[in-house]
Structures are given as C-alpha cells and as structure tokens.
Design a binder for this molecule. Structure first.
Ligand code: GZL
Length: 324
C-alpha cells in the first residue's frame, strides 16, 4: 500500500517523539538518585554505626549522597535541609535531633516538591504529609523491654525498695521521651521499683560518667539499679561506679539500650547486665525506600525495625554475630 506524503510525515513525527521520549526516560533512568542526608552528629557508637550503614548503602546502591553532620544542633540540621532544597536534591532524609521545631523547614521542602524521609527518630509536626515515611525503632517498646528484664530480676532480689537512677538521652529527643515513658509504664507492675534520680547524659559516655558521679555522691549506697537510655552513657557510668569503689553489674545492676559492641564487651566483663537492641543498620532500607519514593511508588508511613534483648548470659555467644 503506497503511503501518502502526509502519512509518511505523520509517521516520522511520531517516531521522532517516541525516540525522544525513550531517550529522555533512558536518561532519567541513568541519572543517579541524589539524597541529601542530615545526621544528628557523632555522639555515640550507635550513631557512628548508623552513619557507616548509610554511607556504605549509598555506595552500594550508586546513590549520590550529600551528607551533613549537625553536631547534635537542630539549627545545623535546618541549615542542611535548606541547602539540600537549594541544591534541588531528589530526596531529603534526616534523623531529627529533637522532636519539635520542624514544621517551617519541612513546609519549605514540600513547597519545593522534595520528598522527606525520617530515619531513626520521629518528629512532632501538625501536618503528617510533611514527611513520606519514618524508618526506625519503637523506642517505647525498647523502654518496656528494659523494664521487663528488671521486673524478672527483681523477683530474685531481697524484699523492700529497689532504687533506680536513670540516665536520659538528649532532652526533647524521641528516644529519650519514649524510652522513659515505656520504662515507667512497665515498672508500675512492681511498686518496690522506684526511680529516685533522673537526668540527661545527652547519649554520650563523658556526660553519662559525669552525671553518674553526681548520683553516686548524692545517693551512693542507696542506688540498686542504673537504667541508661543508651550503651554509651552506661559505659561512662560504669567507670564512675568503679571509681566509687563499687562493682557495676553486681552492687548496682546496669540496664541499657542499643546493643553496640562496647555493651557486649562490658557484659562479658560482668559490668553490664542487659542491653536492649536498637539497630542503627538502616542504610539499605533507606536507599530502597528513597528509590521507591522517587519512582512515585506508595510506601508505608511507618517502617519499624525488628530488634532483640541481650542479657549478659548470652553476650559471649552472640558477640561474634554483632555487626555494629
Ligand atoms: C536511637 C538513636 C539514639 C541511640 C543513641 O535510634 O537515635 O541516638 O540510642 C544515639 O546511642 O545517640
């Protein structure tokens, strides 16, 4: 069948458009995903492992990662997020140092049509559409698990009050708020369990040691248990307990959260009684979710990491399996 000149021209134009479209989509497919990531800081073994997980996963996934360390200051995270917006990254991800104060900058990201993913810690915002999803642990459950270990252990202790001192994480942070709440809810089951002192150690070893020294000066012999919101503060406090001439893990039971290698070493040395796992290995999940978000695929609003509880009795056996 002879094609008329008009038909040939129409066909040529159609092929031209298709090729261009094909070429464009091919080009888009080849362009690496760019993620702007604002990290809390480098305050603990957990945080260091979290940063390694994110950077390694980005390399593995061929993601162009723009990484900013906020040195535990919210204003630095806000600055970093604004810089990512200016650079027109594909996705913004961050671990918010504290829960509040994010509405304005997240509205700027939304206006710039850049999706935001929360990792590790949650935010308190009036409009939940300001972030696409939150990948991280259930900190309330971590606090409950710490308390459940103590409720069981309390059954083997002499009758009477069991005095607890608490080293809280960073003031205003989701893990500090939730780990405190979960622990307090659960210990209500035993009225002998009393929190006699509670103060922030800001998730660091140095501050954990300093605050524990103050607790020991005030209440020394009265203290039966230390509940620390992370292993780094517990490890700092263990040094203070030893310097006070007491045996951590025996004279004062030590309970903490994270499950970093340092905690397993302290348990194997008989100085820490239990650590509740909080996995920092969020990198691979972040990269995969970010790609889905960029591709416009639906993702769950909340992705909770699976974790365990490791008492001292299992530390030596579990230690070789630890990845952080
Ligand atoms: C928990 C994380 C906490 C860790 C601390 O997901 O945000 O911050 O428990 C870290 O070790 O500093």
């Amino acid at each position: 069948m002879k094609m008329t000149r008009r038909a040939l021209l129409g066909a040529a134009i159609t092929i031209g458009f298709a090729a261009a479209a094909g070429h464009t989509s091919l080009a888009l497919a080849d362009k690496p995903l760019t993620i702007g990531f604002s990290q809390v800081g480098a305050e603990s073994e957990w945080r260091t492992a979290n940063t390694v997980s994110i950077k390694d996963a980005a390399k593995q996934a061929g993601v162009n990662l723009k990484f900013a360390d906020a040195q535990q200051k919210q204003e630095n995270q806000v600055k970093a997020i604004r810089s990512f917006i200016a650079q027109k990254v594909d996705v913004i991800a961050f671990s918010p140092v504290v829960e509040s104060g994010w509405d304005t900058v997240l509205r700027e990201a939304k206006a710039a049509k850049i999706p935001v993913i929360l990792t590790d810690r949650a935010v308190n915002v009036s409009d939940k559409s300001l972030y696409v999803t939150f990948i991280g642990s259930d900190f309330v459950e971590e606090g409950r698990r710490a308390a459940r270990w103590l409720l069981e252990r309390a059954k083997t202790l002499p009758a009477g009050d069991i005095n607890i001192v608490e080293l809280q994480g960073t003031v205003g942070s989701a893990p500090a708020i939730d780990r405190k709440s979960g622990f307090e809810q659960e210990i209500k089951a035993n009225p002998n369990l009393k929190i006699i002192r509670s103060q922030t150690g800001d998730f660091t070893r140095a501050k954990g040691k300093e605050v524990m020294e103050a607790f020991l000066k005030a209440d020394g012999k009265k203290i039966n248990v230390l509940y620390a919101h992370n292993d780094d503060m517990a490890i700092g406090a263990i040094q203070a307990i030893e310097e006070a001439g007491l045996k951590p893990g025996k004279d004062i039971l030590v309970i903490s959260i994270d499950g970093v290698k340092g905690a397993f070493e302290a348990m194997m040395a008989g100085k820490l009684n239990v650590t509740v796992e909080c996995s920092p290995l969020l990198g691979p999940q972040l990269m995969s979710i970010a790609r889905d978000v960029k591709a416009g695929k639906p993702v769950p609003k909340r992705i909770t990491t699976e974790e365990g509880v490791f008492p001292a009795e299992v530390a030596a056996k579990e230690f070789p399996n630890r990845k952080y």
